[in-house]
Write a protein that binds this ligand. Structure first.
Ligand code: CTP
Ligand code: CA
Length: 226
């Protein structure tokens, strides 16, 4: 319709975005984390808001400010992130940009672990819930458009295609996080992977990747369903 075109292509749409790393506690003062800065996910949230969407951002621990005009929910662990995402539904579009920890410590210590008598502790890990796959496979209340990211250090397209199928999402934004630079950096080189094919974008500032991605998703959302 007319309201959804022009400079506000996502007017009237609720966009749900995850961003940042998760922290998985070892004890009250220690955690497992990763190098995600949240820059790409937060930029997508800002771009979606600029496109007129109502935006909920579920953010892991980052040192970025909450984007203006976005409802931001702060979480620490993967399980908290899943709960916050489920509470924020329904959404028209869901974009899972967070670098969710794949594993958490099986039984985090209730008190700070101390050196000494116990010797060197062994960490036993268990797999975290897959937030993207959980939401994409929902029978009721699945967002019409579900977008995942794929962080890879090798076989980027091949692994992204496998994730697209396994996770049940509509689009995978694949990026090569090998070497230094992408995680924490300001630029990103992405490949948009769907069942239709692959579209590779030039290396762009994360803000520009965000703007183009939101424009791309707005076009997908408006395209008549086959
Ligand atoms: N993801 C998620 N919940 C998880 C793990 C991943 O929602 N527990 C999402 C990420 O936000 C991303 C996508 O799944 O959108 C792919 O994440 P990635 O780490 O690349 O894939 P994994 O399935 O975890 O596989 P692996 O790390 O082994 O490559
Ligand atoms: Ca992972």
């Amino acid at each position: 319709g007319g309201a959804a075109t022009g400079s506000k292509p996502l007017a009237g749409q609720h966009v749900l975005i995850t961003s940042g790393p998760t922290h998985e506690p070892i004890d009250p003062v220690r955690y497992i984390a990763n190098r995600s800065s949240g820059k790409q996910g937060h930029a997508i949230a800002a771009a979606a808001a600029a496109a007129g969407a109502s935006v909920t951002l579920v953010s892991g621990p980052v040192s970025l400010p909450d984007p203006a005009g976005v409802t931001t929910i702060h979480v620490e662990s993967a399980r908290e992130m899943l709960a916050a995402v489920e509470s924020a539904l329904p959404a028209d579009i869901a974009i899972f940009a967070a670098a969710v920890a794949d594993w958490r410590v099986a039984d985090a210590a209730p008190e700070k672990m101390k050196k000494g008598a116990g010797g060197t502790p062994a960490l036993s890990l268990v797999e975290n819930p897959d937030i993207l796959a959980t939401i994409a496979h929902r029978k009721a209340g699945r967002p019409a458009c579900v977008v995942g990211f794929a962080a890879e250090t090798e076989h980027v397209i091949e692994y992204a295609r496998a994730k697209l199928a396994k996770k049940g999402c509509d689009l995978i934004v694949a990026n090569d996080v090998g070497g230094t630079g992408v995680m924490g950096g300001d630029a990103n080189t992405v490949h948009l992977v769907t069942t239709e094919g692959v579209e590779t974008w030039p290396t762009l500032a994360k803000d520009e990747v965000a703007n183009r991605l939101i424009a791309h998703i707005a076009r997908l959302a408006q395209a008549p369903k086959a």
